[in-house]
Design a protein around this ligand. Sequence first.
Ligand code: SF4
Length: 440
Amino acid sequence: MTVSTTATIEVDSASGHLCAAGSGKRLDTVLIKTSSRCNIDCSYCYVYRGQDTKWRGLPKRMRHIVLDAVQHRLIEHAGRQRAGFAIVLHGGEPLLLEFGRLAAMLRNLRVRLCPERYPISVQTNGTLLNPRTLDLFAETQTTVSVSIDGPKEVNDLGRLDHRGRSTFAMTLRGIHRLLDHPACNTLFSGTLSVIQPNVSPASVYGFLRRLRTPSMDFLLQDGNHDRLPPGKKNFESTEYGQWLIKLIDLYLADPAPVPVRIIDDTIKLCLGGSSQKEGRGKDAYGILTIETDGEIRKNDTLRTSFDGADIFSGRWNVTSTDLASVLSSQEYIDSADMQIPTCDGCRRCQLLDVCGGGMPLYRWSAERSYDNPSVYCHDHAVFIRHVIDRLHGFGLKGFTEHANDSPNRSFRARPVIDRPVVSWIRSEADCQSEVQPNVS
Ligand code: SF4
């Protein structure tokens, strides 16, 4: 999923505090929960296995009246906001929504909202993908990202069904249907994998490459200072950072890699560019979630902190409230500003421009709320330092060495690159070695 940035961290000259310039009021991504249930039962699910209990009281699927209101509010907001925004169908499993309702919503949205400014995507477990649904997605220019953690033995560590059975074959069938579809090149956006830190990154990377995914992304497992992420021994340990280091080394050694979002974003940020997604860098993103009952909520990953952490006190609903009103509320602005770390350690950290303090959910503790560094702080630090070292190996300097006068101006001029960033790095390194054969 690609989203545009809305705000950049600046230092307030009066208070000396970090703040998001122009934060609030702009929507970058809206998550539409077309279904509040899932047909599988992942062990690490932040919705059904976390702190949240509110999902139990929600309608299982979006009803007509809510779907109509969602479409109306999105189209209305597109008329009010100059910048486009991304629409992501999410769940639970979004494809549990009955086909007729899904088709009506996507067709109505696509008639009014062009794909260039309003990309629509689906994040799915892939088990329900079928030719009719894929034809609909092709018709409405809706892209598909499939969640899969690696080969069967890796995927089976977390992604089982409600009876504890493997879902791997069903997901693989969905991916092959995507790959075989005539519109595959525009339909299939890539895979999303949750990191299993005890598993070799080589087996996951090799599997996904053989699968012919057009891009990869990887998620850190949920956790915070009160509930450490699985596989992480303590705050200072770096299991996930070491995993990412092995991953980037595989990627940089790959003669024909595909984009890997978490790596590409980190490299771009190290070179003075921008990330494409929340959780890295100093840009803050405007994110809203719409639940199956139409309630407008904050970024839904916040629900891992405590039950109700993603709920606005106003309990706004698309059937009665427009998105602009929510976006201009102080409560929304405060929630968007949570992306900016407040703790002293992050504010003084040399790596803040790249790390961004990680996603707010990873900063939580009951004692200090979100006023902590990420529980992945040490993982971020070892990984980012390794990225900078690897960039040195290509003759490219990292952000800390060229804050005001970037030697990588051509990169800055193209902060978003559609091909894997490593392709750009190689061509840039070639150019530099032609001009400066002794660059060290
Ligand atoms: S590396 Fe740690 S201290 Fe630095 S910005 Fe990231 S979370 Fe904060």
